[in-house]
Write a protein that binds this ligand. Structure first.
Ligand code: GYE
Length: 313
């Protein structure tokens, strides 16, 4: 009799714990890079907001204004507020150890969303959920080399200085063109991953070198700015100057449908659901591989019209 009661009590306790766990409302801080990067960043923020709503998460959002010190302050405020977990889209790759140590001491797991970091202690974060930026750069580099018959005068628009995707895409693109000695990068400068800077830098490039016949933009927003600059200089983007980029946002597919952009490698920004699921797993003791890789496709202009209706960002 007594034993039965103990078993029953035990079962009731299990049920209580299980119900409690599933009904828990998680409070999660998201330190976005912020600022005015554009279409890709907006799609990611929308994905995080939608997933928070769907999953009943209490989301604390901070726009990092593309400044590391703002993101570090956000992380410290998340710790002070006692959040359950943190999503961080690190604007630059280095300089995170100290604040991540503070998160670790507070027992708050951090998942890196869309960009990686450089650290000698990878126990400071759960994992990074990103695309393979080297591969992205390499694929557009190879595509461009073939398109140009192995010979081109290339201008490169780089992303935010020190940002993981900027470093890695540059490396990958260089690898992609490496076996074509006629493919020459003659100018390379940052356009900070945004359209306005991309346009301005492209204007300067066109004045500096009239032989440019190819552009590698490390993201779509800068490609959109470059396309405008090329048009205003009286040349035809997509024809006189071949343009390739990375992200695969709707504006890029629309530009490809018009023929002003020649090819794009995707980079999936719809990371809200997987970000929260991973973080909640980590909060409950689950471990993950340090790199949860997102896979991307390469599209060329001829495929854009057919692909547009099903594009999700
Ligand atoms: O490609 C770019 C954004 O970190 C993967 O940052 C992301 C990149 C993306 O501003 O458009």
């Amino acid at each position: 009799m007594k034993r039965k009661l103990v078993v029953l009590l035990g079962l009731a306790l299990c049920l209580f714990v299980a119900l409690g766990a599933s009904a828990k409302t998680y409070t999660i801080g998201f330190a976005q890079t912020g600022g005015n990067e554009g279409a890709w960043r907006d799609a990611e923020t929308a994905s995080v907001n939608a997933a928070a709503k769907d999953m009943g998460i209490n989301l604390k959002f901070v726009d990092g204004q593309e400044k590391q010190e703002v993101q570090i302050a956000a992380l410290r405020s998340f710790i002070a507020q006692g959040v359950d977990g943190i999503l961080l889209a690190p604007v630059v790759a280095t300089g995170w150890d100290e604040v991540l140590q503070e998160c670790k001491q507070a027992n708050i797991p951090v998942v890196l969303l869309d960009r990686g970091i450089q650290t000698s202690d990878d126990s400071l974060y759960v994992c990074k959920i990103t695309s393979d930026f080297v591969q992205e750069g390499k694929r557009v580099g190879e595509w461009l080399s073939k398109k140009m018959g192995g010979k081109a005068t290339i201008a490169e628009l780089e992303g935010t200085p020190g940002a993981d995707p900027a470093i890695m895409r540059q490396k990958g693109f260089a690898e992609g063109i490496a076996s074509y000695p006629g493919m020459k990068i003659v100018l390379s400068q940052t356009g900070n991953f945004n359209a306005a800077d991309g346009k301005q830098v492209m204007e300067a490039f066109l004045k500096a070198n009239s032989r440019i016949n190819a552009v590698f933009a490390q993201n779509d927003d800068m490609a959109m700015g470059a396309i405008q600059a090329i048009q205003e200089a009286g040349k035809r983007p997509g024809k006189d100057i071949v343009v390739v980029s990375i992200d695969g946002t709707r504006p890029a597919f629309e530009a490809m449908a018009k023929g002003t952009l020649n090819a794009v490698c995707e980079c999936n920004p719809l990371l809200g659901k997987i970000g929260f699921e991973t973080l909640i797993g980590a909060i409950n003791g689950q471990t993950y591989p340090k790199w949860v890789i997102q896979t991307d496709g390469l599209y060329e202009a001829s495929q854009a019209k057919a692909a547009l209706p099903t594009r999700k960002y």
